[in-house]
Design a protein around this ligand. Structure first.
Ligand code: PMP
Length: 297
């Protein structure tokens, strides 16, 4: 990874407040509310064969995330959808990752920011796999995070808000420093919540179990996988999972736009096989994103 070109030194175009600008000119002032007080919301999307999977859901979630933080994005979902495709075209992205972000600007610099301008930017770049192919093959290793997902009355947990990632970065760094790929986070009650940027599923005796998303993101990939599994006649149970489920599970995988369906081989000291249910959901998910792309063409 060390030889990657830093993100601020790349070439291309970024959509910024209504127009395409040169990649390296897509800057913000250091006295931006979004930077100091985390008043920023974003999306992570993937395009397959030139089509952004579930683009409308992502677009609507961005607006909803901003509403939850008390600000209004000054562009419609439709306008930003067109902008995504302009960005992809300008950067020759067919299979790639799209990152829209909206944040409060610089008019007021304090906790209150009632009058701040809302800025929006959209970038896109090629990004083949969130975890290394080897890690995906053997199943990724999840450490157990010491950080807990907060209660909905402690943080705006339904928003894909930048501030909620503070504990994710802390968890993921600690995991990587101790030889793991990522971390599993429990919630404020001690129930299994999710990984640092993906939802989690556990297979037990041929059924899939996944935590009820009552204090973390109900991922678009998560919902897609539930639908795909049910289409196959696989029972999916949404419920509170705890440590005993982590011990009992036969297979574990995580889901997310970036992670897609990624098998988990280890959580803490518990080992799992990359089994048939995981393989089936990986294959079904790839088929689904390609089918959506073909239908859109
Ligand atoms: N949880 C967190 C914390 C995430 O960052 C993501 C990725 N957006 C997800 C879950 C999965 O969401 P989605 O499937 O919508 O990408």
């Amino acid at each position: 990874m060390a030889d990657l070109v830093p993100f601020d030194a790349r070439e291309g175009k970024i959509w910024y407040d209504g127009k395409l600008v040169d990649w390296q000119d897509a800057k913000l002032h250091v006295l931006s509310h979004g930077l100091h007080y985390a008043s920023a919301v974003f999306e992570g999307e993937r395009s397959y064969g030139g089509h952004i999977f579930k683009v409308r859901e992502h677009g609507e979630r961005l607006h909803r995330s901003a509403d939850i933080l008390g600000f209004r994005i000054p562009y419609s979902v439709e306008t930003l959808e067109k902008a995504r495709y302009e960005v992809m075209k300008a950067n020759d992205i067919v299979d790639g990752y799209i990152r829209p972000i909206a944040w409060r600007g610089s008019e007021m610099m304090g906790v209150s920011a009632q009058k701040n301008t809302i800025h929006v930017a959209i970038a896109a770049w090629p990004w083949p796999s969130y975890f290394s192919p080897e890690a995906r093959q053997r199943g990724i290793k999840l450490a157990i995070s010491e950080w807990r997902r907060p209660s909905p009355d402690t943080a705006p947990t339904k928003s894909k808000a930048a501030g909620l990632y503070m504990i994710c970065t802390l968890s993921k760094h600690k995991a990587e420093q101790t030889g793991f790929d990522d971390a599993l986070m429990y919630d404020h009650r001690g129930y299994v919540a999710e990984a640092t940027g993906a939802n989690v599923f556990m297979a037990q005796e041929g059924k899939l179990h996944t935590p009820t998303p009552d204090c973390f993101l109900d991922g678009i990939t998560r919902r897609t996988v539930i639908e795909l599994a049910r289409r196959r006649g696989i029972e999916v149970i949404e419920r509170h999972l705890d440590e005993s489920d982590v011990v009992k599970a036969d297979e574990v995988f995580i889901t997310g736009t970036a992670a897609e369906v990624t098998p988990v081989g280890l959580i803490g000291e518990n080992h799992y096989q990359v089994g048939s249910l995981t393989n089936r959901m990986m294959d079904d998910y790839q088929a689904e994103v390609r089918k959506a792309s073909a239908q859109a063409a």
